[in-house]
Design a binder for this molecule. Structure first.
Ligand SMILES: [Mg+2]
Length: 162
């Protein structure tokens, strides 16, 4: 049966490792969250994919179920920024090969690299103890202030750094 259940309790770390091994290969994974209060909540990753209604913070929560539980906060932060650089480099490499080495632009591969970048972005936000949505919203707020009528060259050239 294509279903894996795990419990978030005192043994959380061990069970999260178990889930990680199957995340990429199991077509239907059911995560059962058992809180210390005795309440249960079920989240089905396959359903999330099909409905495409996953919120940014839900993504962060799901992505972080695959975070190495042995890392401390400082290590999580360092791992996240190193990962952002590494995955951005992989994205750049695909475009480089397309532009200068005669490769077709592999959009599927590039999209997967963007997903990898998203994962490390979620990890960085987690290291800072902030919801990923607040990172996104903060960026939109900044852009609205900088380009209230949409992009303008003059505002780009003469902008004051916030
Ligand atoms: Mg990658």
């Amino acid at each position: 049966m294509d279903c894996i259940a795990f419990f978030l309790d005192a043994e959380q770390n061990v069970q999260l490792k178990f889930i990680k091994q199957y995340l990429l290969t199991c077509p239907k994974i059911t995560l059962i969250f058992q809180t210390l209060m005795g309440k249960s909540q079920t989240t089905n990753i396959q359903d999330k994919k099909e409905s495409a209604t996953m919120t940014i913070n839900e993504y962060q929560k799901l992505a972080m179920t695959t975070l190495n539980p042995d890392l401390n906060k400082k290590e999580i932060l360092i791992n996240s920024v190193m990962g952002l650089c590494g995955e951005s480099g992989e994205a750049v490499d695909l475009v480089k090969k397309h532009l200068f080495q005669g490769h077709e632009l592999d959009k599927n591969k590039l999209a997967k690299e963007l997903g990898d970048i998203a994962w490390y972005l979620a990890e960085a936000a987690t290291a800072l103890d902030i919801p990923l949505e607040s990172v996104f919203q903060g960026n939109i707020d900044k852009l609205k202030k900088r380009y209230p009528e949409g992009f303008e060259f003059s505002k780009s050239l003469n902008r004051t750094e916030e």
